[in-house]
Design a protein around this ligand. Structure first.
Ligand code: PAF
Length: 300
């Protein structure tokens, strides 16, 4: 495993490996797993999927431009040594670990912006967040030129936004959305879970529990409309005194369009998503459940 900090050095390394393979009459497939580090089992699951490629690149970069002024950029958890050990264990070939000065050497004048899909859900409470994500991910795509890039479905809106960006800009990469990885008790894995006190963590289980219960009720016919689903999730979450709802929404996926209040879940064409963002103290957690046409959750 090699560790690279400079974008130009990584570009040369990837080019060198592709040329070497081409000389032997082979094509090289490159898989990229973009992360902000403080790796957990969710990231490990992406790395295992990426192992289907000849070369696995893991990027670790806490991207300042996707954090708002009052967000947790400074205190975002970081542990480079632990991350490198996990990367080694998961068979990563190249770790790209730039510093801010490497990714943003002078005041940049270009940003990548996806409209519409970024205005609701997390985009509403985190203005500019997705511009930061699409800008850094397109930089990573230009640096690594991956064939496949792996993203967790916990950030479902991010997956929808990045898929749109790839389509709109004819980027030659296939995005691979991967299922949410959860603790045994249901809590969706997130680097931010370390911020939670014991009491907050206990109450935060309501997110996954309410989604799971909702799915059962949909299957049994107790919840039939998008409005019922939203109301059920809201009530369930508000039963926890420490929970402060940022949003509970039920939308089409990946279009992220609002559904008519009385739309019958079982009759909606295409996938729909129930998405939650809830604060416990200063920690904002997200979770979601994707429902296929017939009300079967595939990523819960
Ligand atoms: O999902 C994340 O960890 C980040 O948003 C990403 C995709 C690595 C971009 O900084």
């Amino acid at each position: 495993m090699i560790v690279i900090q400079e974008p130009a050095e990584l570009q040369s390394e990837i080019k060198r490996r592709r040329f070497a393979a081409a000389r032997m009459g082979r094509e090289l497939s490159v898989g990229l797993v973009p992360t902000m580090g403080y790796l957990h089992e969710g990231h490990a699951s992406l790395l295992r999927k990426a192992r289907a490629n000849d070369v696995v690149v893991l990027s670790i970069f806490v991207n300042p431009i996707q954090f708002g002024p009052n967000e947790d950029f400074e205190r975002y958890p970081r542990d480079a040594q632990r991350d490198l050990a996990l990367a080694e264990q998961e068979g990563v070939d190249i770790v790209f670990m730039p510093e801010v000065k490497h990714m943003y050497p002078q005041r940049a004048k270009t940003k990548v912006q996806v409209s519409d899909l970024t205005s609701g859900l997390c985009g509403a409470s985190r203005p500019g967040h997705f511009d930061g994500v699409t800008t850094v991910v397109s930089k990573l795509f230009h640096i690594v030129v991956p064939d496949f890039a792996y993203f967790g479905m916990k950030d479902a809106q991010q997956v929808a936004v990045l898929s749109q960006m790839v389509r709109d800009l004819n980027m030659n990469v296939t995005l691979v959305p991967c299922p949410i990885v959860r603790e045994q008790d249901g809590l969706a894995l997130s680097s931010r879970n370390v911020y939670l006190s014991d009491e907050q963590r206990e109450q935060a289980l309501v997110l996954s529990a309410s989604l799971k219960e909702a799915r059962q009720r949909i299957d049994e016919g107790g919840i039939t409309t998008a409005a019922d689903l939203k109301a059920f999730l809201t009530d369930r979450i508000l039963s926890k005194p420490l929970a402060e709802i940022d949003y509970v929404d039920v939308l089409t996926f990946p279009g992220l369009e609002a559904l008519p209040e009385n739309a019958k879940i079982q009759e909606i064409e295409g996938d729909i998503i129930a998405a939650l963002a809830v604060k416990f103290g200063s920690t904002r957690l997200i979770d979601n459940m994707l429902l296929q046409k017939k009300g079967v959750a595939i990523y819960a």
